[in-house]
Design a protein around this ligand. Sequence first.
Ligand SMILES: Nc1ncnc2c1ncn2[C@@H]1O[C@H](COP(=O)(O)OP(=O)(O)OP(=O)(O)O)[C@@H](O)[C@H]1O
Length: 295
Amino acid sequence: MTPVIEARGLRCRYGEFEAVRGIDFEVRQGELFALLGTNGAGKTTVLETVEGHRAAAEGQVRVFGADPLRDRSIRRRTGIMLQDGGFAGDLTVAETARLGGDLRSTPSDVDGTIEALGLVARRNVRVKHLSGGERRRLDLALALLGEPELLFLDEPTVGMDPESRRTTWDLVRGLLAKGTTVLLTTHYLEEAERLAHRLAIMHEGRIEVAGRLVDVLAEHHARITFSAPQDVALPPLVGTATWAGNRVDVRTPELQRDLHTLLNWADGRLDLTGLRAHPASLEEIFQSVRQEAKA
Ligand SMILES: Nc1ncnc2c1ncn2[C@@H]1O[C@H](COP(=O)(O)OP(=O)(O)OP(=O)(O)O)[C@@H](O)[C@H]1O
């Protein structure tokens, strides 16, 4: 099946400065692809290029098999949640949503969308009086009008309280279940961990890590940490142990095996105080991208 989004050898420049340095990725129908990265990595530039707002310097971008810069019919099939919707502050929530609905060429369930985003009680409030989190919900409501097949979410939950964030995640899961394709950028790695099927982590214009979320997490070393007397000799482990004072930090590709070895070894010998074992998190993978880049 043709991917919904396909980028090959994509390079983007601002004058002499190359912000995106040859990246490849694809987003398949019905999946959520998270584009993550350090500040200034090039995520917004990629998003703008895929949305058809910016020309690539080199390489190719296809959305629904067409060039997003030239084929305007793509716009009808996409919903874009910008980082700042730029609404007229004097319009109410309902007026803004109706206006958004009128601008879509496909019929929109304006009232249903306001309800789904928990904005019914705020429908007659002027946009300028909304809180930051409520504005983000209105941004999302507008992106959803006309039931787009492809949704661009740029930092969708910034400023939202934990409950609104969870509601938004549920809503996005519902859209995915109906077959909507989502390209998400976020600095909240927990958000990506909860929603993404596949992801890419960018740094300085390049993709450093990419793949299915489960594979990316599995490929990176798990951690076992505990405290032990400094003079004790650890048993042979698959992973590598480092000491900081009496705290031991084992990074291992074989979490279960090394944990088993350590527990057997410690049994009747010593207490592994503060023992913790967990698979790699996106947070750790993200940090390792940053550290490897510095090294
Ligand atoms: N209009 C512009 N002119 C010159 N350089 C720009 C312009 N817009 C972005 N850049 C630079 O391009 C690089 C990528 O920017 P971009 O906004 O795409 O990164 P990002 O990954 O979205 O960053 P952040 O996570 O901080 O929002 C940065 O170094 C930025 O300073």
